[in-house]
Design a protein around this ligand. Structure first.
Ligand code: SF4
Length: 85
């Protein structure tokens, strides 16, 4: 396995499955180890996760929250840069 740091559990499962079957994504797709605990997650996705369906109002709230988070992050990064200089 490569020494690359993987930060997502699902991506780690994907990497494990690729390593398990010699790095071939086609082999992972064709995997027949139905009893393997990782089988359902071998594509690096959670098949049990339901897609969120949001109303327009909820979408606006999410967009606003993301915008605020990005602005806060920018502010924190700028503050760090200012302190380092
Ligand atoms: S599901 Fe299990 S057997 Fe199949 S590729 Fe992933 S780790 Fe290997």
């Amino acid at each position: 396995m490569k020494n690359k740091k993987i930060k997502s559990p699902l991506k780690a499962i994907r990497a494990n499955c690729l390593e398990c079957l010699g790095g071939s994504s086609n082999e992972v797709k064709e995997c027949t180890a139905f009893n393997c605990h990782l089988f359902d997650f071998r594509f690096g996705k959670n098949p049990y996760r339901k897609k969120r369906i949001l109303t327009d109002e909820q979408k606006e709230i999410v967009i606003e929250r993301l915008r605020n988070a990005r602005e806060n992050k920018k502010g924190i990064e700028n503050e760090k840069k200012r302190r380092n200089n």
